[in-house]
Design a protein around this ligand. Structure first.
Ligand code: BG6
Length: 480
């Protein structure tokens, strides 16, 4: 059945990246260190090391990334050639406030994003901007302990307000915190560090610290939404979650309850950001676990007043969870212990579940729960690409992955009536992988000649998927 022509004419086709994964120029024109600048590279399944500041002799892949900071005019031109209607990136917080706690912003950093957004608008490409995408100023980690500290609300909202005022006539679509819910995996050092700039100290309850940091972030997000709407009532300001649906591993009732709790735990952040209040189970859970959190009546009013306009989501994979024999009455969710192998779906080279139908399921689930427009701001597959001698990249596996997911998005939109504003696959151009620091875990439509060890010419080459996606956009998704 042909459903493609039924997609809205103003559907926002585009592509996504994040500043720290493409820009490089990590100390250019006054930029300060961010959390990404103190992370080394890892292998396929390893974890990146977080060093104590920048250490001599270590390799930090984000320091140069793919040199978008200098090459953006050529790159944006290639995005325009693909037909992008929008381009999602982030504003590197440390270009604007290098330490994070200054009173005044760094003009050179602000001017860079003026140039970048102007370049996009020249081709009628709408910027879609994330304010915090794993780029918290490192100084705020060492000085304040990251988002475990209430002061971060002030620093973040100052940054957000500065950006809103400066780019109010250039940027309409905003997202506050990228994949704010990754940190539900509180046992994983990477998640708390990249989401919140938080490092757990010996003897600390990581779950309680996660709930505190997450609370300050949802409050900061709610203040930003209100400030943004005051500055420009036309702003569309969204939350952003990693939509990884948790399926029950079996049809056993305990697995089903476990999966339900996993979904409640993974999505409490967006519950608060979209609905303006904490879900009942979580308030009781936090009390019964004696987490002793700083959540004030004033905060709860702020949350109610700062609901987002839309919900951005990444979708890469689904996973399955199983109950343990000795579950407590809460079915307490610990992602590190509770996720199990799902052999019903194939896996990528990096072991990620490939599950296109999970996207249709997710869009329906989110629509039923939130009733706000959804924006798929990441979807893609990390894969090894081979550059041929004549500079071609035959990435049929990427085309297959994206086609299968767009088909399911269309089913959700056309047959199920889910309002989806746009689709920006990850990634517009090859990036430094967030979790592994590798260049070889490639996601882009545009190949960058750069290797895991930092060698390469930084030349750009169009992959087969570049031409395929160009055609998808030209036909408004009619011809996949
Ligand atoms: C999301 C992030 O987690 O997924 C991106 O928002 C990231 O920053 C992407 O790059 C893919 O993950 P990874 O770890 O393979 O780069």
């Amino acid at each position: 059945m042909d459903r493609m022509s039924e997609l809205p004419k103003d559907f926002l086709w585009g592509g996504a990246v994040a500043a720290h994964q493409v820009e490089g120029g990590y100390d250019a024109e006054g930029k300060g260190l961010s959390v990404a600048d103190v992370m080394t590279a890892a292998g396929n399944y390893g974890e990146r090391q977080i060093t104590d500041g920048v250490q001599p002799g270590e390799f930090y892949p984000n320091h140069d990334a793919v040199d978008f900071y200098h090459q953006y005019p050529e790159d944006v031109k290639l995005f325009a050639e693909m037909g992008f209607k929008c381009f999602r990136t982030s504003i590197a917080w440390t270009r604007i406030f290098p330490q994070g706690d200054e009173d005044e912003p760094n003009e050179a950093g602000l001017a860079f994003y003026d140039r970048l957004f102007d370049e996009c608008l020249k081709y009628n490409i709408e910027p879609v901007v994330t304010l915090s995408h794993f780029e918290i100023p490192y100084h705020l980690v060492t000085k304040c302990g990251g988002f475990r500290n209430r002061k971060l609300i002030t620093f973040f909202t100052r940054f957000a307000t500065t950006c809103f005022k400066r780019y109010k006539d250039k940027v309409k679509y905003w997202l506050t915190f990228n994949e704010i819910n990754n940190q539900i995996n509180y046992d994983r050092t990477f998640s708390l560090f990249t989401n919140s700039g938080v490092e757990i100290k010996p003897g600390e309850n990581a779950e309680a610290v996660m709930y505190q940091a997450g609370h300050y972030e949802v409050v900061a997000s709610a203040i930003a939404v209100q400030e943004g709407h005051r500055i420009n009532p036309n702003f569309q300001i969204g939350a952003m979650i990693a939509m990884t649906p948790a399926y029950p591993a079996t049809d056993k009732p305990t697995d089903i309850l476990k999966a339900q709790r996993a979904m409640q735990a993974r999505f409490w952040f967006s519950d608060v950001q979209v609905q303006g209040r904490y879900p009942s189970w979580l308030t009781i859970y936090q009390q019964k676990k004696h987490f002793d959190l700083d959540i004030t009546p004033e905060d709860l009013k702020t949350l109610e007043a700062g609901k987002v306009d839309h919900l951005g989501l990444s979708y890469y994979k689904s996973f399955a969870v199983a109950a343990h024999a000795d579950e407590d009455d809460f079915y307490s969710y610990n992602e590190t212990n509770d996720v199990v192998e799902n052999d019903k779906v194939p896996h990528s080279d990096w072991g990620w579940e490939v599950d296109p139908r999970g996207l249709r399921y997710s869009l329906n689930w989110l629509n039923d729960r939130y009733h706000v427009p959804l924006f798929i701001v990441e979807n893609g597959i990390g894969a090894i690409d081979k550059l041929t001698d004549d500079h071609q990249i035959h990435d049929q596996y990427r085309i297959d992955y994206l086609r299968d997911h767009i088909e399911q998005m269309k089913l959700a939109m056309v047959d199920d009536g889910v309002p989806v504003m746009g689709y920006t696959p990850w990634s517009a151009i090859d990036i430094v992988s967030a979790s592994t620091g590798q260049l070889s875990k490639r996601y882009g439509f545009i190949y960058v000649d750069r290797n895991d060890d930092g060698n390469g010419s930084m030349a750009r080459y169009k992959k087969d998927s570049f031409y395929w996606y160009q055609h998808v956009i030209a036909t408004n998704g009619d011809d996949l």
